[in-house]
Design a protein around this ligand. Structure first.
Ligand code: CP
Length: 340
């Protein structure tokens, strides 16, 4: 079985810690274990600034040759439906593309966001499923309908950089934030899973109706239980921010109202006061502000927060390079995760 990296928990808590700590070493100037001759193909079905650039830069650090494909633009448009009668625009089925690509490269990577129309389709994460079903080489998820594990690694490395390597018991708050558009749940799910995996005390603050997938909340509760942490949910943002050492803001669509766009847009329009301000961060325990980026300034968060000493967002984004480098370095080694 290839060692895929899909939800970010595959290496286990110690394996993730090791990758995050290795990333901090690499950032500080440690020599990478280079893999000249290795090849990676990355398929982007959605736009990216950080993920694409940091992946290509990480390949450069390690001597890996990256091949980036954009289906429908620089490669054939893909059919994603199993059993489809392919009489539409898509020229190639994903199962054929994956079988062929995996014969050329050592690692495959793919980005395919949630459609936010049909909850059952997004829950099945069909592109990731096709890649893992048909690829005999490891697959890295570059953000799928459900998870964004490379963001989770960079977030973990940022927490360790700021709070120290042992994150158990550190209070972190993931707060819903306003946004003009309905957004997927992959990033908040990832923040929840990654922080729970490290045994942090996680508070999720969101307006009623803007709930996360209960199956992922339950999984995070189990991860946190096993690692000495906890998960709690509140609908009161200010109460949720009190005492936090880390605040991660993100907008997302409510899981229970999936696909009801007009209703959700009306609800979102009434929630502008969930924006992150310096006054709200005063409630925390000197908490740092994080966001995966891109961010809508003065809607999600004030300029005064983004451009202040409280903002950890540029360290978080910068660590995307080093955590991806550390991950690929490990995936191309004899033992991808250290097995602890
Ligand atoms: N945070 C993140 O994944 O950024 P991009 O969408 O620009 O890759």
């Amino acid at each position: 079985m290839p060692s895929h990296f899909i939800d970010g928990t595959e290496p286990g808590p110690f394996g993730v810690s090791d990758i995050a700590l290795r990333a901090l070493e690499l950032r500080a100037g440690a020599a990478p274990v280079r893999r000249p001759g290795a090849r990676l193909a990355a398929m982007f079905l959605n736009p990216s600034l950080r993920t694409r650039t940091s992946l290509e830069a990480a390949c450069s650090v390690l001597g890996i040759h990256p091949i980036v494909l954009e289906p429908g633009r620089t490669s054939w448009a893909l059919e994603l439906r199993e059993g489809a009668v392919m009489n539409g625009d898509a020229a190639e089925h994903v199962c054929d593309a994956v079988r062929v690509l995996s014969s050329y490269v050592d690692i495959l990577a793919v980005r395919a966001f949630a459609g936010l129309v049909d909850r059952d389709v997004d829950q099945a994460d069909p592109v990731i499923k096709a890649f893992t079903d048909y690829s005999p080489v490891p697959v890295v998820n570059l953000e799928s309908a459900r998870f964004h594990p490379l963001q989770g690694l960079a977030d973990t490395a940022t927490w360790m950089s700021r709070l120290g390597p042992d994150l158990q018991g550190q209070p972190i708050t993931l707060t819903w934030a306003p946004h003009p558009k309905a957004l997927p749940l992959a990033v908040p799910h990832q923040v929840l899973m990654s922080s729970a995996l490290q045994g942090m005390h996680v508070t999720v603050a969101h307006p009623e109706g803007m709930d996360l997938d209960p199956a992922i909340v339950s999984r995070a509760e189990n991860l946190a239980d096993g690692a000495g942490g906890s998960v709690r949910i509140t609908h009161n943002q200010e109460e949720g921010l009190r005492g936090a050492r880390v605040v991660v803001a993100k907008s997302w669509s409510g899981f229970s109202g999936y696909g009801r766009r007009a209703e959700e847009a009306e609800r979102r329009a009434s929630l502008a006061d969930w924006r992150i301000t310096n006054r709200k961060l005063d409630l925390t325990d000197d908490g740092g502000f994080m966001h995966c980026l891109p961010v809508r300034r003065n809607i999600v968060v004030d300029d005064a927060v983004m451009d202040s000493h409280r903002s950890w967002v540029y360290e978080e984004a910068g660590l995307r390079l080093w955590t991806t480098t550390a991950l690929l370095e490990g995936m191309l080694s004899e033992v991808p995760w250290n097995g602890r």
